[in-house]
Design a protein around this ligand. Structure first.
Ligand SMILES: Cc1ncc(COP(=O)(O)O)c(C=O)c1O
Length: 396
């Protein structure tokens, strides 16, 4: 029998660069931990890249998935199902949105937002301004919305109408607005780009700019939404509401789901036949999402996230000052944090942590990203900081 590594190399298109030498083979997860095929345990601060909000295999999510799978796994959107309708209610009652469109991923939720913004302004306005260093997905439109050239290369010609302002530089967005601009789209906290938090004046200024010019403001909270930053939605930190809001990643507790939330006036632009998804709003994914939200919306849950985040951020800052000169800075909000090294050693640091039983994510050569589950314990965070300190001490 071929090994998993051999099967992967032989049969899977190589978009992830996995190699037998470098890539872990994970078999099991529970809470903040995963185990590899050798039975070694790792504290997981990658969390499926911000998906596992409640850690691995949370009992409430497992129960919701199993129960729903026994009742009804999938039917077409030609029919009503209760989990989808209830999930829309819970999301709308707890967000700036008034109507939901369900998709299966972040890219699809953003694609829906871009299409809705164009249709709302049709004909005439179609352009969308996004931020340099943003990440919005890998479909042709969302990869074009992504303000990183490296992801565009080889896919030209790209869909028309996208331009890029500098994050936290309001004037750079103002300069790009013209009579054909339909929307501005940003991540309130840039995730994949390296954890950059929006400044209040910037995000408020974008809201004012959109109101003044009649543009739609789209917040991509695919990564930073759903309690990740210590508030249910990142935009709550600044009290600035979007016209369109997208989220995905953590919503389904590991099940694939994405959603676009919009105000009713804008949402009415979509009429039957304008947009659709075969799997969008699938009953199993929606039941899982209802279980996730029930926990996140519990009183005090997010207060505790903020307390634990303060502990972790303080720990990171202490680490940074003890390695002063070799660590450039720490950044973050809630359970979304980064440590930027002054030297290009992020990949060896990631590897060193892995050897010592801690999973962290290197972004490029200098940034380490941490995405702990929201229900991580203080002790687990202390343990992560201790391993990180040991690894950095050996490297820097
Ligand atoms: C902010 C943001 N938007 C969109 C996406 C794309 O989501 P998906 O990979 O589910 O399509 C990501 C993924 O990293 C993201 O971080």
């Amino acid at each position: 029998m071929m090994s998993v590594e051999e099967l992967d190399a032989r049969y899977i298109i190589n978009t992830y660069g996995r190699t037998k030498e470098r890539t872990l083979f994970l078999e099991r997860g529970e809470g903040a931990y995963v185990w590899d095929d050798q039975g070694k345990r790792y504290l997981d601060l990658v969390g499926g890249l911000a998906v596992n909000l409640l850690g691995h295999c949370h009992p409430a999510v497992v129960e919701a998935v199993c129960n729903q799978a026994r009742e009804l796994i999938h039917v077409s959107n030609l029919y009503y199902t209760r989990p989808q309708a209830e999930l829309a209610r819970v999301l709308v009652e707890n967000s700036a949105g008034e109507r939901a469109f369900f998709a299966n991923s972040g890219a699809e939720a953003n694609e829906a937002a871009l299409k809705l913004a164009r249709k709302y302004h049709h004909p005439g306005r179609y352009k969308v301004i996004t931020a340099v260093n943003s990440f919005h997905g890998r479909t042709l439109a969302t990869v074009t919305a992504t303000g990183q050239e490296k992801y565009h290369q080889g896919f030209e010609p790209l869909p028309a109408g996208f331009s890029y302002g500098r994050f936290n530089d309001l004037a750079s967005f103002e300069e790009l607005v013209d009579g054909e601009t339909a929307a501005i789209m940003i991540e309130p906290v840039q995730g994949e780009g390296g954890i950059y938090v929006a400044e209040e004046a910037f995000i408020r200024g974008l809201r004012e700019l959109c109101d003044r010019e009649g543009l739609l403001l789209i917040f991509d909270e695919v990564q930073c939404g759903l309690g990740r930053t210590g508030k249910l939605w990142a935009y709550e930190h600044w009290g600035v509401k979007p016209d369109l809001l997208t989220t995905a990643k953590g919503l389904g507790g590991g099940m694939p789901i994405g959603v676009l939330l919009a105000g009713s006036k804008v949402a009415e632009t979509f009429q039957p036949g304008n947009h659709a998804s075969t799997f969008g709003g699938n009953p199993v994914a929606c039941r899982a999402a209802l279980a996730v939200l029930e926990i996140i919306l519990q009183e005090n849950f997010l207060d505790e996230v903020q307390e634990k985040s303060a502990l972790f951020m303080n720990g990171l800052e202490k680490l940074a000052s003890s390695f002063s000169g070799r660590v450039k800075e720490t950044r973050g909000l809630g359970m979304m944090a980064a440590l930027e090294l002054a030297v290009p050693l992020a990949v060896p640091a990631q590897r060193g942590c892995q050897e010592k039983g801690l999973l962290v994510n290197a972004i490029g050569e200098r940034i380490l990203r941490f995405l702990p589950p929201l229900n991580v314990t203080g002790e687990e965070l202390e343990q992560a900081l201790a391993i990180l300190e040991e690894v950095l001490a050996g490297l820097l």
